[in-house]
Design a protein around this ligand. Structure first.
Ligand code: COA
Length: 257
């Protein structure tokens, strides 16, 4: 049983993972990171998990960063491995074959912002704030933030955010393309589940192949990955079903095969 990452699977296959450490604004300790990795490792093998929603407990914070108290005990010799561990877990999140949505319910700072960035999409509540304040502590983002924020919002804006360390509010995050949508806090989970539910209705293999191809964006083999993913979809029964259903003017019944 996890102590920090609570998991609950909804009936339609959405796995809700909630970071639960409200006394420290859901700061992501090393144990929390390990628990998250375990959850992702089991979710990737579990065919009943159709999508993942990641959020934080309460109405203050999504995740306010790595646990700063643990930095005090971090030996220099282990600092690179510390970042690499975080990068590995964020990479697992990004490479999930099912849609992963961050429902950002408050502060998403430092490692918390990087966690949201590693999700495929983000919906924020009106009170959410995003930032990479690491330079205020004398470090830099180490869980992939330098790469993912730059890719998402462009170099100039990403550098402004990382070099000042100042947070931005939800509406500004929306304006620069950091989040997909901003909604009142009380509608955050329902809106997020509704968006994931639309995706769950589509052909599962096609979803996985979109995620794989988009994951290859910017790589030299990006177009090759897309063409191979297209070919893989063409071999599925769901492709036959999707085309037949369209021609027969009926809703498709996808089986994931
Ligand atoms: N790690 C460990 N503890 C954290 C934390 C973090 N990243 N973020 C918040 N907390 C703890 C605070 O120490 C405080 O604990 P206490 O009540 O035992 O003193 C509690 O959470 C509430 O935080 P507090 O600062 O009192 O709340 P606030 O509303 O005034 O400010 C923040 C909220 C998020 C702006 C502020 O806590 C903050 O700047 N946190 C650090 C963010 C950061 O630098 N993250 C990047 C880390 S790499």
């Amino acid at each position: 049983m996890n102590s920090i990452i609570k998991s609950e699977q909804l009936q339609n296959g959405v796995l809700v993972l909630t970071v639960t450490a409200p006394a420290k604004y859901n700061a992501l300790s090393i144990v929390a990171l390990q628990e998250l990795e375990q959850e992702l490792d089991s979710a990737v093998k579990d065919k009943s998990v159709k999508a993942i929603l990641l959020t934080g407990e309460g109405d203050k914070a999504f995740v306010a960063g790595a646990d700063i108290a643990e930095f005090k005990m971090l030996p220099i010799a282990e600092s690179k491995a510390f970042a690499e561990t975080g990068q590995r877990v964020m990479g697992k999140l990004e490479n999930m074959p099912v849609p992963v949505l961050a429902a950002v319910n408050g502060f998403a700072l430092g490692g918390g912002c990087e966690l949201a960035l590693a999700c495929h999409m983000r919906i924020a509540s009106e009170n959410a704030q995003f930032g990479l304040p690491e330079v205020k502590l004398g470090i830099i983002p180490g869980y992939g933030g330098t790469q993912r924020l730059t890719q998402l919002v462009g170099r100039g804006k990403a550098l402004e955010i990382m070099l000042t360390g100042n947070p931005i509010k939800a509406q500004e995050a929306l304006r620069i393309g950091l989040v997909n949508e901003v909604v009142p806090l009380e509608q955050l989970i329902a809106t997020s589940v509704a968006l994931l539910s639309q995706m769950i209705d589509r052909a599962p293999r096609a979803l996985a192949m979109v995620l794989k191809a988009v994951g290859a964006q910017g790589r030299p083999d990006g177009y090759e990955v897309e063409a191979s993913a297209f070919e893989e979809c063409c071999q599925t029964a769901d492709f036959q079903e999707g085309v037949s259903a369209f021609l027969e003017k009926r809703p498709p019944v996808f089986t994931g095969r």
